[in-house]
Design a protein around this ligand. Structure first.
Ligand code: SAM
Ligand code: SF4
Length: 329
């Protein structure tokens, strides 16, 4: 289905839970969240119904996210049920990777196509700092297990934070030289609870290419080691490759260069609200509705998609009125 600005909506991101086993400083509060009652959250039956409706309206790609989707019990059977729905070509998960040693194989067998794994640093102390509780090794092991299982694509999501990991850009990008994965740098978005970060943390992803160029210039006097390549179909990431690399480097410039005109997605929160736009507070409740009512709400949400969101900056925060763990990224 097309929205009022003629964008074809093909991608549904479903947040399965607001809960997480980590506490990333840009995403959720230190003490976690007030657990909502079970009755407020979407049931698996409702999620399946929502995907069937979305697919009838033209959605072909589903991403399961959270919170941490792998802490949700029944995740493997949910993936296989979604995979069976007519019209759904791709089912993907975004995860912090810590539980992949347990689930990667089962998820692959259930038909999961792609995995995005979040990793902001290669330094164990910094990992502990940014996640407040996590162990770097758990995520690194998760990445290796995912690669060994042979998923179509494994992508690393790195939130770029000035003064925290801008000194690791080259090390993170160079993971693409030794492993067949893409590393994507995402600009830090000023959400409700990213208050730990000052103005200097919000930096443009353009710095990534400059740092990689500078590194290879100094190391081997090479000028053109990183070059643009064609972006994936429907992807919002600008794609680059370092010469000789097995994977790609991506830039997701959600703050410095919003991609609203290309936005083909709609979001569903764990508490059953459709969000036409990540950065708007507009929400349409679908929990508890029968199929016909839910379909009408889906159409309404697609037609409510705004042309673009307001400019984001340190001074001008997202209007989402939720933290990222309550939206799904
Ligand atoms: N727990 C999973 C994970 O970390 O991958 C899935 C949920 S998480 C909310 C989805 C993505 O949003 C992650 O890649 C995370 O780094 C990103 N994210 C969270 N807060 C963000 C923020 N303020 N700005 C940019 N990206 C953010
Ligand atoms: Fe959890 Fe993902 Fe948010 Fe980190 S980014 S706190 S892993 S939901």
């Amino acid at each position: 289905m097309r929205d009022t600005f003629n964008r074809e909506i093909k991608y549904l991101r479903i947040s399965l839970t607001e809960l997480c086993n980590l506490r990333c400083r840009y995403c959720m509060p230190e003490n976690g969240i007030c657990k909502k009652s079970h009755d407020e959250m979407m049931t698996y039956e409702e999620i399946i119904q929502a995907v069937k409706i979305a697919s009838r309206l033209g959605v072909s790609k589903i991403r399961l996210t959270g919170g941490e989707p792998l802490v949700k019990s029944g995740i493997v059977s949910l993936v296989s049920k979604i995979k069976e729905i007519d019209g759904i070509d791709e089912v993907c998960i975004t995860t912090n990777g810590t539980l992949l040693t347990k689930y990667a194989r089962e998820l692959k067998n259930a038909g999961l196509d792609r995995l995005n794994i979040s990793l902001d640093t290669l330094n164990p102390e910094k990992f502990r700092y940014i996640t407040r509780v996590g162990k770097l090794n758990d995520t690194l092991k998760g990445i290796d297990v995912a690669l060994n299982e042979g998923f179509k694509k494994v992508k690393i999501n790195t939130v770029l934070i000035g003064g925290f990991n801008d000194d690791e850009i080259v090390d993170l990008a160079n993971l693409t030289m030794t492993k067949p994965l893409d590393v994507r740098f995402i600009e830090l978005m000023p959400m409700y609870d990213s208050g730990d970060f000052g103005k200097e943390a919000f930096i443009s992803s353009d710095i990534v290419i400059d740092k990689i160029n500078e590194y290879y210039k100094n190391k081997m006097n090479a000028d053109d080691m990183i070059f643009p390549v064609e972006a994936d179909n429907g992807s919002v990431a600008k794609k680059y490759k370092i010469k000789g690399a097995l994977g790609n480097v991506g830039l997701i410039s959600a703050v410095s260069n919003s991609f609203c005109s290309k936005c083909n997605r709609i979001r569903l929160t764990a508490d059953g609200k459709l969000k036409p736009c990540l950065h708007s507070n507009q929400e349409i409740l679908i929990k508890g509705l029968n199929e016909k009512e839910m379909e009408m709400k889906f159409k309404e949400a697609i037609l409510l998609k705004p042309e673009k969101h307001d400019v984001l900056s340190y001074e001008s925060r997202s209007h989402a009125d939720r933290n990222m763990n309550q939206i799904g990224g």
